[in-house]
Design a protein around this ligand. Structure first.
Ligand code: WTA
Length: 657
């Protein structure tokens, strides 16, 4: 962590710019300064009662038996009811839930809350036909189409837990997840659109289902309309399965669920090869995401048009495209495609078309727009924007300033929100009408969140100090464990400090008590805001028949934040050619997904190891970043590193920009 840390410290020392909340914004804000004065119990009790509708009220706020928490004990509720039905019942059925924009030009749909309710009810009735009942695990493998939230909500309506697998993941990644969760049903689509080309989701799903025999039925949405293989008795077309089903809410009532019932699993990378199934439950999760969405994005459902430009296949999309915004009755934009298709103006065209008022995205996207230049945004009227957000990795002050100037008209606050798949909800963030912003700092813990920075020995560091980010009290949307792996849950998050959650991120607190996040301190890389572990990529490489050994690390990258560099020792029979490089990169894409493809591969006859045989990633990072080498005294064979350095210098041509 020393590299990241020193870089971030430099940044912090230089960063003197301050942005107090504009008076007009502060006057109308959902969160006022007093919000920080409310006690932990009062805050979450009030949020639990007011933010959600319960079929049976909760009796206890929370129970903490480290490392397991339960929230809103005894309460019964349904997520779909909170996100859809209650808005219709309150007379808001005509409000738009999603302005959906497909990738192909003019492919648009407006979905009101009443439409959403009809779509969800009809599809939930269809799910019942393939045997989905309360508790049936369902996998969802789709692109950014309106039917994706419909599928998720239909599951929650029936009380069936889901796992959504990002549409860019490979067949192996999909089957691993389906096997781990013991999924019985898979919801997918024929193909997805990406930069004008069809992505073969159903074909990939077929391969995955071959390796996941527990999946007995699949439901396939027609998106591109191209031919895909369908297996009789197992595969059903979405439209055929739901034809004739009722869309009347009374035909499929919302299942009352216990507050602690499993809502979904979201798989995420850790420090070993197997992805972890992060467990999120019903009441606490929904309250946490709805409350944070309300205060941090200052949502006014009657006037705002909110756009979180993430993918629903990641936690950001679950919490801040689907569950938080819908629970709050928001009008959102849902966009199927990429920011540069058909050209680099696409996002700004969308902001102008729908009058987007709140935009939430990732530093990697902001840096891409910076690279393309402000002229694309300048062609569009972005004056509707009143608030911007950032998530996924530390945002560089230059990117923050660019975002504010060129997108926010030098006028909008920016909320830099820190959180994780495991935390379920945003935990460290400014409140836009309250907090004085500093470019590059996520500022303060959200009300009702007890965060701190600990040193190696578990002492809290004071202002000006640096160390590890921890959470000292449970919070409503926290993970309830790693699915079927309690030992790993304890080891990953609860073994470094007693009864304190270890986030795996480095952090510093400045003299005003503001937090500066410094990146991961473990072997997890952050590529375009997505967590990928070094070991997963290494395992994928070693899986190739020609690879003897592989070590993976990341280097800094101007656009993606970090980029993957792989050092590969081939078996002696194999030829280290350019074609082989491409083959290995494709192999990683096939095993994990295109996001995990190494940007560079260096062939080397030997990897630098300690005498005990541990690969010295720190040295590989030094090589990858062209830095002078750190301490090499523990190396078994120091000559190995200089050899790798020479090879890395010769290897410029393999970088795929
Ligand atoms: C990083 C995404 C600095 C961090 C919601 C964390 C951030 C990991 C920020 C979680 C931020 C996320 N500033 N770093 N605002 N937001 N991170 O699980 O390293 O995909 O641990 O959840 O992203 O990534 P995940």
């Amino acid at each position: 962590m020393s590299d990241n840390e020193s870089a971030a410290i430099e940044t912090m020392l230089l960063e003197e710019r301050r942005y107090p909340p504009p008076a007009k914004f502060a006057a109308q804000a959902n969160a006022k300064p007093e919000i920080y004065a409310e006690s932990f119990d009062d805050f979450w009790e009030r949020e639990g009662r007011e933010r959600l509708s319960w079929f049976e009220p909760f009796e206890g706020l929370y129970e903490w038996e480290p490392p397991y928490a339960k929230w809103y004990l005894g309460g019964k509720l349904n997520v779909c009811f909170n996100c859809v039905d209650r808005h219709v019942e309150a007379g808001n059925g005509a409000n738009v839930a999603y302005h959906w924009e497909g990738e192909p030009a003019d492919d648009r749909r407006e979905i009101s809350y009443a439409d959403l309710q009809r779509d969800v009810v009809r599809f939930a009735n269809a799910l019942k036909k393939v045997g989905v009942v309360k508790g049936t695990p369902v996998a969802i493998y789709m692109g950014m189409v309106p039917e994706l939230p419909v599928a998720m909500l239909a599951c929650t309506r029936l009380g069936a837990p889901h796992t959504v697998v990002f549409g860019g993941f490979s067949a192996d990644s999909l089957s691993d997840r389906m096997n781990d969760m013991e999924c019985e049903v898979l919801i997918t689509q024929d193909e997805a659109w990406r930069r004008g080309s069809p992505v073969p989701l159903k074909r990939t799903a077929d391969e995955a289902m071959d390796a996941a025999p527990g999946v007995r039925a699949s439901i396939v949405l027609r998106r591109t309309g191209n031919d895909v293989p369908m297996r009789d008795g197992r595969d059903h077309w979405w439209d055929e399965l739901e034809a004739g089903e009722s869309d009347d809410a009374a035909s499929c009532p919302c299942e009352p669920m216990d507050s602690e019932a499993l809502l979904f699993l979201m798989y995420t990378s850790g420090t070993t090869a197997r992805p972890k199934g992060i467990v999120h439950t019903t009441g606490g999760y929904l309250c946490g995401v709805a409350a944070t969405h309300h205060y941090i994005f200052d949502l006014k459902p009657e006037r705002d048009v909110y756009w979180c430009a993430a993918d629903i296949g990641w936690i950001t999309g679950h919490s801040y495209i689907v569950y938080g915004p819908l629970c709050n009755g928001a009008t959102s934009v849902l966009y199927e495609g990429t920011p540069d298709y058909p050209d680099k103006e696409r996002w700004w065209e969308i902001v102008e078309r729908y009058g987007v008022t709140i935009l939430y995205t990732a530093p990697t996207a902001i840096r891409s727009h910076m690279k393309w230049g402000p002229q694309h945004a300048e062609k569009h009227d972005l004056s509707s924007l009143r608030l911007l957000g950032s998530v996924g990795e530390p945002i560089n002050p230059e990117a923050w300033i660019w975002y504010r100037e060129h997108i926010g008209g030098d006028r909008t606050p920016i909320v830099d929100t820190w959180w994780q798949t495991e935390t379920g909800m945003i935990l460290i963030t400014p409140l836009p009408g309250v907090t004085t912003l500093k470019p590059g700092s996520a500022t303060k813990p959200f009300p009702g969140i007890d965060a701190g920075v600990f040193d190696e020995r578990g002492n809290e560091v004071g202002p000006g100090g640096g160390g590890y980010l921890v959470l000292k009290r449970p919070w409503p949307a926290m993970l309830r464990g790693i699915f079927k792996d309690p030992a790993r849950y304890v080891e990953t998050y609860w073994s470094k400090y007693e009864n304190v959650y270890f986030a795996g991120d480095g952090a510093r607190i400045d003299r005003d008590g503001d937090f500066w996040l410094l990146g991961r301190v473990d072997d997890v890389m952050n590529i375009s805001g997505h967590r990928i572990s070094t070991i997963e990529v290494e395992s994928a490489l070693v899986d190739h028949q020609d690879v003897a050994e592989a070590a993976v690390c990341s280097r800094k990258d101007a656009t993606t934040g970090e980029a993957i560099v792989a050092y590969v020792t081939l078996k002696s029979s194999a030829d280290p050619s350019i074609e082989k490089l491409q083959e290995l990169r494709d192999h990683v894409a096939k095993k994990i997904g295109a996001i995990a493809k190494p940007a560079n591969i260096v062939f080397t006859p030997e990897l630098p190891k300690t005498r005990s045989g541990k690969i010295m990633r720190r040295l590989l990072r030094d090589v990858a970043e062209n830095r002078p080498l750190g301490d090499t005294t523990t190396l078994a064979d120091p000559a190995v590193v200089s050899e790798i350095q020479h090879r890395a210098e010769d290897e410029q041509g393999t970088d795929e920009a």
